[in-house]
Design a protein. Structure first.
Length: 544
């Protein structure tokens, strides 16, 4: 043990004397942090959406460049050949190198977190869980680094090999490019990359529920890390003269590759996709803060293999930022899915093939993707009564109008000149916007609410004022009694209808950037309840 600790000390000392290794371990992640800050500096929660990506970049840079660069440069200088003569087992030497690299990654991650916090990012929701997940991520990528160190004969080869892994991981692996923006083939391919699972597991601890929803991600990281560690140990080289191409045992590389393949096949077989990448028909209905029936004893539903599989596949791997944002914004509970709130209702999942194509449900069958309540619901929006609204909706647990989620500007609040110009354009063109003129009144209101929801999801400067324009236009276009019923119906059926109007927002001078449709539908439902509360006199008109 003493020898292993001495080796650990020597490994750390040599690392901190290696300028190139220090650049890859510390400076490289900070450059990414600065770049992300510049790109997303207008977000209300600074860097919070991207910290999982940045920590993954930190670990990936240390694995693809820092660890193999250090090991190969030491091997070229004959350091490892001298180690071989030391009275210590090879396994202890390798373990001490891995431990040293892990400590380096932890310090790099802490440095990145400290700088992000200094820039205004809030504290992670689950710091201890974050450390556990970070350890799993480090194990997976250290195994990858060992394989690279054994395959590369010199430092330039390490850099070339690292780029071949690093760049695809950034683009397709879900690290620098959101998976939801990738084409379908790339989303499926990303399931074979460890970066995807690293980002989602880390993000779950920063803004989501912690370790509770990261079971598959951690399993994937363990499988990939184990495969890389075994392959790296079997191909271990002491001398720079032992060229990889002329050595036996090169087939052990396939063990590392097979671990990626196994993870991808498992993900494909269980329908593993991130919430943002699902089609709207497959998404469960989000439970908003306003949808809260009185507590009722739960009755277990009849189980069937197909139903259980459907429910498992519909559960998002991490909570979206909206739940953490709500906590950061108002400090209160919002009835988020997955919490212990006994009044929060659970969404009812139905296969997409059974979803009704129209907003108008039949009296015999409840609409698809509706919120399940413990009592009969109105068969259609026309049948909604004030008693239904009073029984099924609450208005005192909504996100604050001055918060991060679904903000609404106060009547006396003035936008900046650029925002004011965009707002005037919206006010002038919203009455003639085609999705706001469709025949079905429920879809028409839903489309109009998207005009408020999309800038909220994208955190655009106009988000606070777009809601005002939408509320005004809805009250001009639709009679009050009809609008009240429609808004109640949308609150209970947030995933019905279609979201084609999101693609037509360019006509109102919104960007055509991809948007998370699940969050968009959720925000539209919350905005609908806020307008409903104003119409009924349950919420103040001038903002809260």
């Amino acid at each position: 043990m003493h020898a292993a600790l001495q080796q650990l000390r020597i490994s750390l000392t040599l690392h901190y004397r290696n300028k190139m290794a220090l650049i890859y371990s510390y400076l490289f992640p900070l450059i990414f942090l600065l770049a992300f800050y510049v790109l997303y500096r207008y977000e209300r929660v600074v860097l919070a959406r991207h910290m999982g990506e940045l920590l993954t970049v930190s670990v990936l840079g240390g694995a693809c460049f820092g660890l193999p660069t250090t090991m190969v440069s030491e091997r070229e200088r004959g350091v490892w050949r001298r180690y071989r003569l030391a009275p210590i087992a090879t396994s202890m030497l390798v373990l001490s190198v891995i431990a040293a690299r892990y400590l380096i990654l932890v310090t790099a991650g802490l440095l990145q977190l400290a700088v992000a916090l200094a820039m205004g990012m809030p504290m992670p929701q689950h710091p201890f869980d974050l450390w556990i997940v970070f350890t799993f991520v480090s194990f997976a990528f250290i195994g990858l680094g060992l394989v690279m160190a054994m395959m590369a004969d010199n430092v330039p080869a390490v850099q070339a090999l690292g780029q071949c892994i690093f760049l695809p991981m950034l683009i397709i692996g879900g690290i620098a490019v959101p998976i939801a923006t990738l084409p379908d083939w790339a989303q499926h391919l990303s399931q074979f990359f460890p970066g995807r699972y690293a980002v989602q597991a880390l993000q779950a601890c920063i803004l989501g529920p912690g370790l509770g929803n990261t079971g598959f991600e951690l399993l994937a990281l363990v499988i990939i890390g184990t495969g890389g560690t075994i392959a790296g140990a079997k191909m271990f080289r002491w001398d720079a003269q032992q060229r990889f191409a002329r050595r036996s045992g090169k087939a052990w590389v396939s063990v590392a590759l097979m671990s990626w393949v196994v993870v991808g096949i498992l993900a494909e077989s269980r329908g593993y996709t991130p919430a943002a990448a699902r089609s709207s028909e497959e998404r469960p209905a989000p439970t908003t803060a306003a949808t809260a029936p009185p507590p009722q004893p739960s009755v277990p539903a009849p189980s069937s293999p197909s139903a259980s599989t459907q429910e498992r596949s519909a559960i998002p791997p991490v909570l979206t930022l909206s739940e953490a944002e709500k906590k950061a914004a108002s400090g209160g509970t919002t009835g988020a899915p997955g919490t212990s709130n006994p009044r929060a209702t659970a969404p009812k999942n139905k296969p997409a093939a059974e979803a009704a194509p129209s907003e108008k449900p039949s009296a015999e069958k409840p609409p698809a993707n509706s919120v399940t309540l413990p009592h009969p619901t109105p068969p259609s929006w026309q049948a909604v009564t004030v008693a239904d609204i009073d029984r099924d909706l609450v208005f005192d647990r909504l996100p604050s109008d001055s918060g991060i989620v679904t903000p609404i500007a106060r009547d006396e609040e003035e936008p900046d000149p650029d925002t004011a110009d965009h707002l005037r354009f919206i006010q002038e063109n919203l009455p003639s916007w085609q999705p706001g003129k469709v025949a079905d009144p429920v879809q028409r209101v839903r489309n109009m609410l998207y005009v408020a929801a999309v800038p909220d999801v994208q955190q655009q400067p106009i988000e606070r004022f777009a809601a005002q324009a939408v509320f005004y236009q809805l009250q001009q276009d639709i009679p009050k009694d009809q609008l009240i019923k429609v808004l109640y119906w949308i609150a209970l059926h947030p995933t019905d209808g279609d979201d084609k109007a999101v693609g037509d927002l360019w006509a109102l001078r919104f960007t055509s950037d991809p948007v998370d449709l699940e969050q968009t539908r959720e925000r539209a439902a919350i905005y609908g309840v806020k307008l409903l509360g104003r119409l009924l006199g349950k919420l103040p008109h001038g903002g809260s």
